[in-house]
Design a protein around this ligand. Sequence first.
Ligand code: DX5
Ligand code: ZN
Length: 265
Amino acid sequence: MAVQISPSILSADFARLADEAKAVEETADWLHVDVMDNHFVPNLTLGLPVVQALLKHAALPIDCHLMIEDPDRHAPAYAEAGAGSVTIHAEAAKAPVRTLRAIRAAGARSGLGINPGTAIEPYEDLLDEVDMVLLMTVEPGFGGQKFLDLVLRKIRRARAMITARQGREEREIWLQVDGGVSDETIERCAEAGADVFVAGSAVYGAQDPSRAARDLRAQAERATTRAGWRLSCRRGPSRARARRSPLARLAAPSAGCQSRRGRTR
Ligand code: DX5
Ligand code: ZN
């Protein structure tokens, strides 16, 4: 597993999204975009037109987190627009196999989101269809909430499930945590087995978002090593890969340990 940082623009200045995206492009791996519809969650943010506009201006690949009702109807369009990853919620999808396959067919990584009160176990059979599991570590809907420690046990169980599954195949399934991830909580998440970290207020609420993302990565990498998780060279699609054909975005990340920013993985 390789640590990846996905700053959430929910805590950024919505009037300056292109600049806010640029602010973290040297130190983050993804740009996390929270789509909320005021039905699945009690908040309304943005939708496909804003994602399409961001795709034209952001160098980082877009990590779309759909907190919406009827993702079966809406999710494929985000993948077709060019998002690198599209996550739908288990609690909202009525035909998750079809939808996850449609996301992949459109060239994005498929993600399955799980709320704090939802168990992971009923979704074990879906792992074949999933490139990333997103475990919510707050109730979805708002940035700046307090991290829910009760999810740590589920992170461990999800990591064990993923490890068992990966013994049988080459493909790497990522385990993302989202909500209340900060310098106070990221190490516990990494030790429990998470490898993709969404951080909204901890990055965009900081004086220097780029530095905050870099510091969070360093903390997560130390905790990952301490916990004995293997740090691999695999990482998300590079910005060049994200802009290539949809099929290229489906390919396994290259094995080189030297990232575009010169970090050694
Ligand atoms: C909440 C969103 C998160 C949010 C996290 O429902 O899914 O991505 O931006 O914000 P922080 O990191 O501030 O908890
Ligand atoms: Zn999110």
